[in-house]
Design a protein around this ligand. Structure first.
Ligand SMILES: *[C@@H]1O[C@H](CO)[C@@H](O)[C@H](O)[C@H]1NC(C)=O
Ligand SMILES: *[C@@H]1O[C@H](CO)[C@@H](O)[C@H](O)[C@H]1NC(C)=O
Ligand SMILES: *[C@@H]1O[C@H](CO)[C@@H](O)[C@H](O)[C@H]1NC(C)=O
Ligand SMILES: *[C@@H]1O[C@H](CO)[C@@H](O)[C@H](O)[C@H]1NC(C)=O
Ligand SMILES: *[C@@H]1O[C@H](CO)[C@@H](O)[C@H](O)[C@H]1NC(C)=O
Ligand SMILES: *[C@@H]1O[C@H](CO)[C@@H](O)[C@H](O)[C@H]1NC(C)=O
Ligand SMILES: *[C@@H]1O[C@H](CO)[C@@H](O)[C@H](O)[C@H]1NC(C)=O
Length: 644
C-alpha cells in the first residue's frame, strides 16, 4: 500500500467518523459544557406543550397541533397510554384514535418536535396511570417494580412500541428529540433501582444508546433520589406555586450541568367530582413562563391542550378517600377542551414572542359551535330487564362475589344478582364491612331501586323484602387510581356484603357489554320500542333512555347538558362520551365533537341513568361548555388537593 492509498483510507475513515458534522445529518444531545440541549450542533431550548392524542378524536389532531405551533411552541410532549394500545394482553391497536404514528406524522408536518413519554406508567389522571388492568390478574403483583411478571409484560409491550418509534427519532429523520423513562417514579413507594435499570437497558436496546433519555420528578429530594438514575437526564416538574430558582437549584443538585428543564409546568389543574373547578391564574402562568425562558430553561407546559376522558378512561386519586376524575380534561389549559384559543393562550404567545419568532399569520379562530337545543328521550327499559342484550353469554355462578378482574371485564359496569335469604319486613342494614364496593353499587330488590353504596363514603343502606326476592347490585367502576401507592385498584364487589346477620352468597355475576351492544346499533335497531310516557316510581335505579337528534345539515361541535339528571353514562352514535354527574359537579356539560354527528341522518343518543331521571326526560345541546358549577345541592365533600 503506498502512502497515497493509506492517506486516502485515513481520510475516508475520518469522514465516516465525523459523518454527523460533515454530512449535516440530524443530531440531538445534551451540551453539558454550555448547559443546554444541542440540536444539529447548535444550542437549543424547547418551548413545549403537553397534548394527549388519547383524549382528542384523531380528526382534530391536526387542528390542535397547528394552534400549538401558531402559539410559538417548537415541541409537543406526549404520553403513550399502554392500556389504550393493549387493552387485551397481546392484542395491539394502533389505528384510528390510537394511531400514534399518524399523530407523530401530523406533528412533524406541522413543524413540531416531540418529547415522547412512553411510560410504561404515565399517571396523567388516566385510568390506572396507563397500566393495563389485566396486570392485576396476578393479585399480588408489585407494579412499577422489578416484579418478574410485571417486567415481562413491560418488556413485551416495549418490544412492540419502541421499534415503531425508531424511525421517528430526530437522529433518524423524525421529530422525537427526547424520550422520558417512567414518570415521577420517585413519588412511588417502591424506589426500586433494578426496575429503573431494566427500563434503561430496554430503552437503550430499542432506541440506541445515543438517544437522550430523561426522567421527570416532583420537586423534593426524596423524589429526585428515587426517580433518577445515571444515564438518564434528571428533570423536574412544578407549577405556579413555587419559587423558580429554588426549584431549579434542586435539579442542579442532581444534574450539576446541562439544561434546566421543567417537564410539567402546570397551566391549570384537574377536577375531581365534587371539587370546585380548578383555575390557575393567567398572569402568573405567563410571567413565570417568561422567567424560566429568560433563564434559558426548556419548559413544557402541562397541559397545553387537555381534551376529554371519553368512555371509561378517567383516572382517580386515593389520598384519604377515593376521588374520581371528571370526564372533561379541559384542565383550564391555554387551548380549551374543544380546542379553542383562550386568553391564557394569547398571554402565553405574547410571552413566547419575547424569546423566539412566532409564526406569521393569525391564530386559527375557535371552531363554530351549535346549540341544537332540546331532545326528549324515551325509556328503553331498566338494566335488569335487558340482560339478554347486554350479557348474551349469561351469568357466572359463584358462592362469593368475584371482582371485575377475576371476571376479566375490566371497565364499565357489572351486575351481581342473588336472592334475599329471609323475610325483611323492617329496614335491614346492607353493609359493606370491609369497604369492598369499588366504586359504586346501585341496589334493587325485585326491580325496585332501594339505594346505593359508595366506596369510602356510604358503607350502609337499608333493604326490605321477602325471602327469595331477587337482589340486583349493579357495580360501577369509576376509573382506577392513577397515582400513589394504591394503584392496584381492583373493581367490583371485593368483599362480602352483609345483610342483617346474613352474608349474601350464591351470586350470579353478569359481565355487561353495554358498549358492544350500542356499537352494534342497539337500542335504536332493537324491536323493543319504548313507551313515550313510562310509568316511573320515585326512585328508578339503572334505566336506559334513547332519543334522536334530527340532522340539520351541520356537524358542529356542541355541548350536552343533562340538567336534573342524576348520574350516568351517555353515548352518541355509538361513541361513549363519558360520565355525567351534575348533582356532584363541577362539570355540567359533556363535549360532543362535531364529526361524531351526522349532518344527514338522525343522531342516536343513549343514556344510562343510574339513579333517577328528571320528570322531563330531555337533554340539551348547548353552544358553550359549563364546567364550573354544581346543580342542586352543593356537595359537602371536602377537597384535599395535592400535586400529581
Ligand atoms: C382500535 O381502535 C380504534 C380507535 O379507538 C377503534 O375504532 C377500532 O375499532 C379498534 N380496533 C379493534 C380491532 O379493536
Ligand atoms: C419529518 O419532516 C421533515 C421535514 O418536512 C421531513 O424531511 C422528514 O422526512 C419527516 N420525517 C418523517 C419520519 O416523516
Ligand atoms: C426565590 O428564592 C430566592 C432564593 O431563595 C430568593 O432570592 C428570591 O427572592 C425568591 N423569589 C421569589 C419570587 O420569591
Ligand atoms: C324493570 O323492567 C321489567 C320488565 O319490563 C319490569 O317487570 C320491572 O317492573 C321493571 N322494574 C322497574 C323498577 O321499573
Ligand atoms: C335504616 O333504617 C333505620 C330504621 O328505620 C334507620 O334508623 C336508619 O337511619 C336507616 N339507615 C340508613 C342508612 O338509611
Ligand atoms: C342510528 O341508529 C340506526 C339504527 O341502528 C342506524 O340505522 C343509523 O344509521 C344510526 N344513525 C347514525 C347517525 O349513526
Ligand atoms: C364559570 O364559567 C363561565 C364560562 O366559562 C364564566 O362566565 C363564569 O364566570 C364562571 N364562574 C365561576 C364561578 O368561575
Amino acid at each position: 500500500m503506498d502512502t497515497k492509498t493509506v492517506f486516502s483510507l485515513l481520510y475516508f475513515a475520518f469522514l465516516a467518523a465525523n459523518r454527523t458534522v460533515v454530512s449535516g445529518a440530524p443530531s440531538f444531545s445534551i451540551d453539558y459544557k454550555n448547559n443546554c440541549f444541542q440540536k444539529d450542533g447548535k444550542p437549543f431550548q424547547y418551548v413545549s406543550g403537553s397534548i394527549h392524542y388519547s383524549r382528542i378524536p384523531h380528526y382534530y389532531w391536526k387542528d390542535r397541533l397547528l394552534k400549538m405551533y401558531m402559539a410559538g411552541l417548537n415541541a409537543v410532549q406526549i404520553y403513550v397510554p399502554w392500556n389504550f394500545h393493549e387493552e387485551k394482553r397481546g392484542v395491539y391497536n394502533f389505528t384510528g384514535d390510537r394511531d400514534l404514528e399518524n399523530f407523530l406524522d401530523l406533528a412533524n408536518q406541522t413543524g413540531l418536535l416531540v418529547i415522547l413519554r412512553p411510560g410504561p406508567y404515565i399517571c396523567a389522571e388516566w385510568e390506572m396511570g396507563g397500566l393495563p388492568a389485566w396486570l392485576l390478574q396476578k393479585p399480588n403483583i408489585v407494579l412499577r417494580s422489578a416484579d418478574t411478571d410485571y417486567l415481562e409484560a413491560v418488556s413485551s409491550w416495549m418490544a412492540v412500541l419502541l421499534p415503531k418509534m425508531r424511525r421517528w427519532l430526530y437522529t433518524n429523520g423524525g421529530n422525537i428529540i427526547t424520550v422520558q423513562v417512567e414518570n415521577e417514579y420517585g413519588s412511588y413507594y417502591t424506589c426500586d433501582y433494578n426496575y429503573m435499570r431494566h427500563l434503561r437497558t430496554l430503552f437503550q436496546f430499542f432506541l440506541g444508546d445515543k438517544t437522550v433519555l430523561f426522567t421527570t420528578d416532583g420537586n423534593t429530594d426524596r423524589e429526585m433520589t428515587c426517580g433518577t438514575l445515571e444515564g438518564m437526564y434528571a428533570t423536574i416538574d412544578f407549577g405556579t406555586d413555587v419559587n423558580i430558582s429554588q426549584a431549579f437549584s434542586r435539579q442542579r443538585r442532581f444534574e450539576p450541568r446541562g439544561p434546566l428543564v421543567n417537564s410539567e409546568f402546570y397551566t391549570g389543574w384537574l377536577d375531581h367530582w365534587g371539587d370546585q373547578h380548578a383555575q390557575v391564574d393567567t398572569q402568573k402562568v405567563s410571567r413565570m413562563l417568561g422567567e424560566m425562558l429568560s433563564m434559558g430553561a426548556s419548559v413544557n407546559m402541562y397541559m397545553f391542550e387537555g381534551g376529554t376522558n371519553f368512555g371509561y378512561w378517567n383516572g382517580a386519586d386515593h389520598d384519604n378517600r377515593f376521588r374520581s376524575v371528571v370526564t372533561s380534561y379541559d384542565y383550564n389549559a391555554p387551548l380549551s377542551e374543544a380546542g379553542d384559543p383562550t386568553e391564557k393562550l394569547l398571554a402565553i404567545r405574547d410571552t413566547i414572542s419575547k424569546f423566539r419568532d412566532i409564526p406569521m399569520g393569525p391564530m386559527p379562530p375557535a371552531s363554530p359551535k351549535m346549540a341544537y337545543g332540546f331532545v326528549t328521550l324515551t325509556m328503553v327499559g331498566n338494566l335488569s330487564s335487558l340482560l339478554d342484550t347486554l350479557s348474551p353469554q349469561g351469568p357466572v355462578r359463584s358462592l362469593y362475589p368475584l371482582s371485575f378482574e377475576e371476571m376479566k371485564q375490566y371497565y364499565g359496569f357489572m351486575l351481581y344478582r342473588t336472592k334475599l335469604p329471609r323475610d325483611l319486613p323492617e329496614d335491614t342494614p346492607l353493609i359493606s364491612p370491609l369497604n369492598g364496593v369499588h366504586d359504586r353499587a346501585y341496589v334493587s330488590v325485585c326491580g325496585v331501586f332501594q339505594g346505593l353504596l359508595e366506596r369510602d363514603t356510604t358503607l350502609v343502606m337499608n333493604l326490605t323484602g321477602k325471602q327469595g326476592d331477587q337482589v340486583d347490585v349493579l357495580v360501577e367502576n369509576m376509573g382506577r387510581v392513577n397515582f400513589g401507592s394504591k394503584i392496584n385498584d381492583f373493581k367490583g364487589l371485593l368483599s362480602n356484603l352483609i345483610l342483617g346477620k346474613d352474608v349474601l352468597t350464591d351470586w350470579q355475576i353478569y359481565r355487561l357489554d353495554i358498549d358492544g351492544a350500542i356499537a352494534s346499533g342497539w337500542p335504536q335497531s332493537g324491536q323493543r320500542r319504548s313507551s313515550p310516557n313510562p310509568v316511573r316510581g320515585p326512585s328508578d335505579g339503572p334505566v336506559f333512555y334513547q332519543g334522536t337528534l334530527p340532522p340539520n345539515g351541520l356537524a358542529w361541535d356542541t355541548f350536552l347538558r343533562l340538567n336534573e339528571w342524576t348520574k350516568g353514562q351517555v353515548w352518541i352514535n355509538g361513541v361513549n362520551l363519558g360520565r355525567y354527574w351534575p348533582k356532584r359537579g363541577p362539570q355540567q356539560t359533556l363535549y360532543v365533537p362535531g364529526p361524531l354527528l351526522s349532518p344527514t341522518q338522525p343522531n342516536n343518543i343513549t343514556v344510562l341513568e343510574l339513579e333517577r331521571a328528571p320528570p322531563h326526560t330531555r337533554v340539551l345541546f348547548m353552544d358553550r361548555p359549563q364546567l364550573n358549577s354544581t346543580a342542586g345541592k352543593t356537595s359537602q365533600l371536602q377537597t384535599t388537593d395535592r400535586q400529581t
